[in-house]
Design a protein around this ligand. Structure first.
Ligand code: UGA
Length: 430
């Protein structure tokens, strides 16, 4: 069977080569006999080389232009439409990780109140990309464009800021997940370190510079035992590479604030849950396994102590993100210099009431009306911390952050979404 490769190359290369050598030699000597001919040949050679190179360079740039999922007049128009501000004093926000759990929720909330939003997401397959695509469709239906690209694509980032002077960047794109860091450490460095620096480099050079709000994590408290966790507590003992990259992110952010005058706010999210959530998280995977009759593994800490998390509902997190954006203050740099100090802030966004993991399972059982098959195992040394507990008074003081929801009632909302999204009917769970 002939393949494309067969068509590009002769099936028996060099077959006639020896037979034709003497004829070629005779032609060669005749042609190069006079200096005029040599001169003409030289001209021909130069012309040929020049057109060869310009042809390849055309192909290269042409390819980029035609194949890229971004760029072009139409694309720029879509960006401007998506970022159009529809309220007085509104903002135009670049949301990275817009097809993610928190990103999609905040993008919608911004759009609904009249701010302009452009999303960016690399749609990686850390978890089912079809869920990310579904979130993207939802955003599209509300007039939000989500550009598919990686943070490390400096050309694209530069182009975005070329097309639009974003007033704010909400940076939520990251390699998430505490335990996966042992499997794929490089993905954390790629997104949470290199990607963050790539973004800050563009923001620092933008004129005007945007204000930045970004997702840090409660995991930066690591082995901290003092409860509840306050922003002034130690964060120099991370328990996972994930936490270490988030902590490094806070230090990197500080550097860009200090040198270039970027206004930067880090949000330490505490185990966020809710509809359209992340399938890798415990509340989500427990739900899936319970419904499928599979055993769930519940980790237990030292001396049989239950693990606990300050589970925080997505709506509270959205309010926290909006509050942070609204109070972010201005960046003070341009042309690689800063003209005065700019805000540098870190806030806990938690719920202030930790819940034990077995209690989370009890609540799910109640809403799902299915008994879980539980397997209790000792917490493996894979980056987990025994508990998290947020002190949120700083965020409360700065922008009135006040979590209003409890796990019991809000998990019901998640379960309802889960059942409908995955096509369960009432009959399936009775
Ligand atoms: O708040 C945070 O800082 C972090 O919250 C979550 O991390 P985590 O709290 O570990 O959330 P889950 O993976 O949902 O785990 C919740 C609890 O369930 C436990 N768990 C998890 C999985 C499992 O199979 N069994 C189990 O008992 C974990 O040990 C943990 O105590 C997110 O995955 C991180 O991206 C985020 O930064």
């Amino acid at each position: 069977m002939s393949s494309l490769e067969d068509e590009l190359f002769p099936s028996t290369p060099g077959k006639f080569k020896t037979d034709r050598t003497h004829i070629i030699n005779r032609h060669f000597h005749r042609c190069f006999a006079s200096t005029t001919t040599i001169f003409l040949w030289a001209l021909f050679f130069i012309a040929f080389t020049a057109s060869y190179f310009s042809f390849w360079s055309f192909l290269h740039t042409g390819n980029r232009y035609f194949k890229a999922s971004w760029g072009g007049i139409q694309w720029e128009k879509q960006i401007r439409n998506s970022a159009r501000i529809r309220r007085p004093g509104g903002m135009s926000v670049l949301v990275t990780g817009a097809a993610g759990f928190v990103g999609s929720h905040v993008s919608l909330a911004l759009k609904k109140r009249g701010d302009g939003v452009v999303g960016l997401d690399n749609f990686n397959n850390y978890y089912d990309p079809s869920l990310k695509k579904a979130r993207q469709s939802l955003l599209n239906s509300h007039g939000i464009l989500v550009v598919e690209a990686d943070l490390n694509n400096a050309g694209l980032l530069a182009k975005l800021f070329d097309v639009l002077a974003f007033t704010h960047v909400l940076h939520l794109a990251a390699q998430a997940g505490v335990r996966y860091a042992m499997e794929n450490p490089n993905s954390y460095v790629h997104s949470n370190i290199a990607g963050l620096v790539a973004l800050l480099e563009i923001c620092k050079s933008a004129d005007p510079q945007p204000a930045i709000v970004w997702a840090s994590s409660s995991s930066v408290y690591g082995l901290n035992e003092k409860a509840p966790f306050s922003e002034s507590d130690r964060t120099d003992r991370p328990a996972s590479l994930y936490a270490a990259t988030k902590k490094a992110g806070e230090e990197i952010a500080h550097t860009y604030n200090h040198i270039y005058g970027l206004s930067i706010t880090g949000l330490r999210f505490f185990t966020v849950y809710g509809p359209w959530g992340r399938p890798d998280m415990a509340y989500f995977s427990f739900t899936r396994n319970i419904l499928q009759g599979k055993t769930i593994t519940i980790y237990r800490g030292k001396n049989g102590a239950d693990l606990a998390r300050d589970f925080t509902y997505i709506d509270d997190i959205v309010r926290g993100c909006l509050g942070s954006l609204d109070t972010s203050g201005e960046s003070t740099g341009s042309g690689g210099k800063k003209w005065g100090p700019a805000p540098y802030r870190n806030f806990n966004l938690g719920n202030t009431s930790p819940v034990k993991v077995p209690t989370l399972v009890n609540i799910l059982e109640k809403h799902l009306k299915v008994k879980a098959k539980r397997k209790i195992v000792e917490m493996p040394g894979n980056g987990d911390v025994p508990f998290t507990h947020a002190n949120i008074s700083l965020a409360q003081r700065e922008f009135g952050y006040k979590p209003t929801t409890n796990l019991q009632t809000r998990l019901k909302k998640f379960v309802r979404w889960y059942l409908s999204y995955y096509g369960y009917t009432r009959k399936d769970i009775q």
